[in-house]
Design a protein around this ligand. Structure first.
Ligand SMILES: Nc1ncnc2c1ncn2[C@@H]1O[C@H](COP(=O)(O)OP(=O)(O)OP(=O)(O)O)[C@@H](O)[C@H]1O
Ligand SMILES: [Mg+2]
Length: 232
């Protein structure tokens, strides 16, 4: 068990977050934290080992720097989270919980995404995509036509499971043998008012990435209508 090295990530790991991480250790969910994989505006992602020395990813939402008012607006538009209170802590904890729930729903529906393990407060634990380093993002590589087909299939699986990803792009897909969708915090229930526009945007982003690579893409409207037709 080793958490001393975490103290240097003060901007992400405040005292309460450290306590949350200790509770993960006490539950036997993690053994030691290896180091940071990516530090972003809203969160930091760490590589850790579980007690069998398997790699796991820890995503920690910043409790201070986050724009919790914007998060609150997104959350109340989601039927599942429309009642949450507008204070920083409950918004950030719900944001993290929403990512966990979305991952769980999608993972159980067979979507290619990390396996969710546990979430508490602002900390989400999931399987690590990659070996000792995270797999490259789609934006860092040149994906193939078969990856395009595969991603469209994942959008369909998510939609059938009741979720629109809402932030799907070549930045939120890793390529680890096959495409793996990540970053589910914007994921919204298909029944929400903003689901149609978010779904259109997701399809547009994916088509635009593949067209730039010279890969022939399907008509956005047709993809959208086929999906929406699943609910008629
Ligand atoms: N399960 C995972 N396994 C390996 N690497 C991961 C995993 N989840 C995230 N990463 C790495 O961390 C980076 C950032 O993750 P992610 O896209 O979820 O967060 P973000 O864009 O900072 O977050 P957000 O928009 O939710 O604030 C990814 O590009 C990837 O390199
Ligand atoms: Mg991201």
């Amino acid at each position: 068990m080793d958490t001393d090295n975490l103290k240097i990530y003060r901007g992400i790991i405040d005292n309460r977050t450290l306590m949350t991480l200790y509770s993960f250790i006490n539950k036997g969910l993690i053994d030691k934290v290896i180091g940071i994989v990516k530090e972003g505006k809203e969160s930091g992602v760490f590589l850790a080992k579980d007690k069998n020395q398997n790699n796991v990813a820890i995503k920690i939402y910043r409790t201070l720097a986050s724009d919790f008012k914007a998060m609150w607006r997104y959350l109340i538009g989601d039927k599942r989270f429309s009642n949450i209170r507008k204070n920083r802590t409950s918004v950030i904890f719900s944001w993290c919980l929403r990512e966990y729930k979305n991952l769980k729903t999608c993972y159980e529906a067979g979507v290619s995404c990390p396996m969710p393990i546990y979430a508490k407060n602002n900390v989400l634990l999931m399987s690590f995509v990659g070996d000792e380093h995270p797999a490259p993002r789609l934006i860092d590589v040149s994906a193939k036509k078969k990856d395009y087909e595969f991603i469209l299939k994942q959008i369909e699986l998510m939609f059938k499971a009741g979720i629109v990803h809402g932030d799907l792009s070549a930045y939120n897909i890793l390529l680890y043998k096959k495409p793996v969708i990540i970053d589910f915090s914007h994921g919204i229930s298909v029944k929400s008012l903003s689901a149609p526009s978010m779904l259109k945007k997701d399809i547009q982003n994916i088509n635009s990435y593949f067209s730039k690579l010279g890969i022939k893409t399907k008509d956005e409207k047709k993809i959208y209508e086929k999906l929406v037709g699943l609910y008629d």
